[in-house]
Structure formats: C-alpha cells, structure tokens
Design a protein around this ligand. Structure first.
Ligand code: GUN
Ligand code: FE
Length: 468
C-alpha cells in the first residue's frame, strides 16, 4: 500500500548520475508524494512543515542512497548458504542444490524459508530482487505474495528444467510450459505488476531442451516478460553446452536462437564470453549479472567486467545466493572491486631470468597501464542503475530523480553496535582543515561500502513506504 503521505527527507544524498558520475549532495531535501519523488532541492529549504505529514531529518553520520538491486539470487538456496563452497558448480548442484530445491514442493516449508529469505535480503538493503525459485509454481507464487507483503520490489522466476537433472527434480517439457504460462498470469495478478512481476527462468542451457527453450521464447514474446538465466559460468558447463549444441557458435547464441536475448534479459556470470557473445549482448541490449562472490567461491573464474563495459554491455550485480554465501549487496560490491583488481592479472606472465629484473617489471607495468580497474563509483552504478536498466526499470528506480519512485536506504555509519569506527568528530584532526563537505560524505560512504553491514542500514524505503 503506497502511502499518500507527503514526506520530506533532509540530509546528505549519494547516487549515480551515470556509470562514471557519483553525485554527492551534502544538504539535499527530497520531497516524496504517493511513492514518487516530487522535487529535489540542493540546499537547505524553508520547510513548510504543515505541508508534510512527516519530515525525516538525518543526523550526523547518516546519508541516503538508492536501494540496491540484486539481479541474481536463488530464494530456495537461502537454506544452503555456506554449504559446499569447496566444490565446483556441477558437483555442487548435484550434491547440495538440487536435493534442497526439491523440498520446495512442500509449500508450507517453502513459505517458512521464503519469509526469512525476503526479510534477510531487505535487511541488507535490497529493495529490488530478481529471484530464482524452484520448478514448483505454487511455492513460487507464495514467494511473490511474501515479497508483496513485506514491501519488496521483486521479479519472481519459476525455474524450468527438463533434462540433465535428477529424476526427483525434473519436469516434462509441455507441463513445464503450461505451468509457466499460468504462473506468469498468477504473478501478474498479485498487484498488477506494481512491485511484483514474473520473469521467465530457464535454469541454464544444460538443463533445458531446445523444445523447452523455444516454448519459453514464445511465452516471453507473448507476455512481454523479462528473462533470467545463467551463461558461461564454469568451464565444465560450457563444454557440456558445446556438446549439446554443436550447431551453435556459442553458449549465448543458443539463448538468442530461441528468442531469449531481449532488452529485459539478465544472464548471470558470463565469465568466459567471447567477443562475439559480448557483441550479441550489446546488440540485443541484454545485461550481465556479475556475481563475483559466487565466481570466487565455486572457483568458476574471474569475470572481466571492464571488457564487457567497453563493448557497451550493461552490467549489474548479483549476490547469487547460495553460490555466493552472502545476500549482502555491499559485500557483492566490494567483491566486484577485488575481482576487477585481480582481472588485470588474468594475463599470462611470461618471465625469463634472462630478461633481467628491470625488464620484467617494465613488461608488467605496460600490462597494468593498459588495464583500468573499476572504481567504486562504477560499481555503485552497477548495483543500482545497472540493475534497474537490466529489467527496464531505468525510469522507475535506481537513482534519485524527480518522477522516479523512492526506493532508498537510510544509512548510519555512527551506529554504536555497528562495525564501523568512523571517527567523525576527529575528521579535521585526521585529514586536516578545510575539507569540503562533499569529501567528508564521500569518505563516510566509502566506510560504509567497505566496512559496513546490515547494522548500518537503519531504514529501507520502497515506493515511498518504510518497509524496514
Ligand atoms: N547454473 C545452473 N544452476 C545454477 C545455480 O543454482 N547456481 C549457480 N551459481 N549456477 C547455476
Ligand atoms: Fe545462480
């Protein structure tokens, strides 16, 4: 229920204007009416208090940022967080994931887990989540209802899989398609697609026949829905797909051939994409969900995000619970930076003693200057605007603009019980006099992104409503 209160938020805000531009406004005022941003002022205003039913004035150490958009997480796998992360993808799926997901046939069990899962993602500042469910449509509808009840914006996917899966967790092709169409209609009916929407979810090419992919492509066209899946995550997986589809030049081309690469398609991982696959992403305006914690945990590889960005591909960020062991988007952001720092070492180093030490270092320097790591501004864009863009919500959420819906987090780095020692009162002593206020706010933001956790997220707003 979107409140018809007019609310004013007064204090510092930080948001992305573009991939390379993080805007910091130390004394902003944002007026929110019926869930939308009515105006933003860049200076202190005379508050016409009588016009507002609530005025939220931020305290020292607090600031507002847009809510995070987690573009890849598996709701049922919340039960498995932290398990089996010394394995590789295909073994991990068979040992941990498929057995656990098969339990979601039991709707009561599913509701218990989904209640906790949605609350946990919200607590970590995820205002929009792209959820994979399981093959069980009734349990997936329950996930949509729970997200609605808790006030989260969510894309809900009923997983499709009709081959290369254990016999206790597999579907028949036509039933899978029939169930998916009725699922789309049920999810559309939850709130008329205000906050809760369906998303077509073939698990990955390995576990979907061509007939199933073709049928899903037709449903996407008919119902104009978003798509999510996995692509090129692990070498063993890519090898399997190349054997299953010798007619296709690449993994991504399989999805494309069946009408599943659209401007509302989000493919997780993309660690081993070729140049022509990245071109296909760019041409179809499909997005990658970068899941670095999962890529490191399951030993999949290091995805070179800069390479995708330089080809004009939109990249967002996913936690990939439970290939990634944490549902925290700030954790996913810092792991994105680490992955980017390490991607520059992807090059093979051809050292010979006979080159001499100085020449070896020179060679290294040449390599490194060629590579530009991601910065925090770009990563924050990916975690907010990149996510919004990936599912066609770029005019709805992702940053603070007049007319957009207000999905926001009130962050507090001064929380006594929290993990951050920000030494705000000692700022001048530590860093010298005369710092601009913007710089101070930016430093607090960095503290949060690197040292913070859910204890620093005081309030969560979705469509203007305080949901936590
Ligand atoms: N590929 C197919 N299924 C999965 C899954 O559940 N998690 C991850 N990380 N990759 C997958
Ligand atoms: Fe995944």
């Amino acid at each position: 229920m979107t409140s018809s209160l007019r609310r004013l938020f007064v204090g510092p805000i930080i948001h992305s204007k573009s991939l390379n531009e993080l805007e910091v406004i130390p004394h902003a005022a944002i007026s929110v009416f019926k869930g939308r941003i009515e105006f933003i002022r860049y200076d202190v205003i005379d508050k016409h208090e009588q016009e507002y039913e609530q005025i939220v004035t931020l305290k020292k150490g607090q600031f507002l940022i847009p809510g995070f958009i987690d573009t890849h997480t598996h709701a049922p796998q919340y039960v498995n967080c932290g398990l089996g992360l010394d394995m590789q993808l295909l073994d991990w799926l068979n040992s941990y994931t498929f057995p656990a997901e098969s339990r979601f046939k039991d709707v009561e069990f599913a509701k218990k887990v989904y209640n906790k899962c949605v609350s946990h993602h919200l607590k970590n500042g995820t205002t929009t989540a792209l959820y994979f469910g399981t093959i069980h449509s009734e349990a997936c509808v329950a996930l949509g209802e729970i997200a609605k009840q808790k006030g989260q914006r969510a894309f809900i996917g009923k997983v499709n899989m009709d081959r290369m899966a254990p016999d206790y967790y597999i579907e028949k092709t036509q039933e899978s398609l029939k169930e998916t169409e009725s699922f789309i209609n049920k999810i559309n009916g939850i709130d008329g697609c205000v906050l809760i929407r369906p998303i077509v979810t073939p698990r990955f090419v390995v576990s979907c026949t061509s007939e199933l992919l073709e049928g899903l492509g037709e449903l996407v066209k008919k119902h104009q829905v978003a798509v999510q899946s996995h692509v090129s995550e692990n070498q063993g997986e890519v090898k399997l797909v190349s054997q299953q589809h010798p007619e296709c030049p690449s993994y991504t081309h399989v999805y494309h051939d069946y009408g599943l690469m659209t401007e509302k398609t989000v493919m997780a991982h993309g660690v081993f994409l070729s140049d022509s696959e990245l071109d296909l992403f760019s041409k179809t305006r499909s997005s990658i969900s970068h899941c670095p914690l999962s890529n490191f945990s399951l030993g999949s590889g290091v995805c070179d995000v800069q390479r995708a960005l330089s080809k004009g591909v939109n990249v967002s960020i996913g936690t990939d619970v439970s290939g990634g062991y944490a549902a925290s988007m700030i954790n996913a952001c810092r792991t994105t930076l680490i992955a980017s720092q390490s991607a520059k070492f992807n090059v093979t180093h051809d050292y010979k003693d006979t080159d001499g030490m100085i020449n070896r270092i020179k060679k290294e320097e040449q390599q490194e200057t060629k590579y530009k790591e991601l910065g925090l501004s770009q990563v924050f864009y990916m975690a907010t605007m990149g996510g919004a863009k990936s599912v066609g919500l770029q005019d709805t959420v992702g940053n603070f603009c007049v007319g957009k819906e207000f999905d926001a987090l009130l962050v507090d780095v001064e929380d006594q019980d929290g993990p951050i020692d920000a030494f705000i009162d000692d700022y001048e002593y530590l860093y010298g006099e005369g710092h601009e206020e913007k710089k101070k706010i930016l430093d607090l933001f960095q503290r949060f992104m690197f040292c913070g956790d859910d204890r620093n997220i005081k309030n969560v707003y979705v469509r203007g409503d305080k949901v936590l």
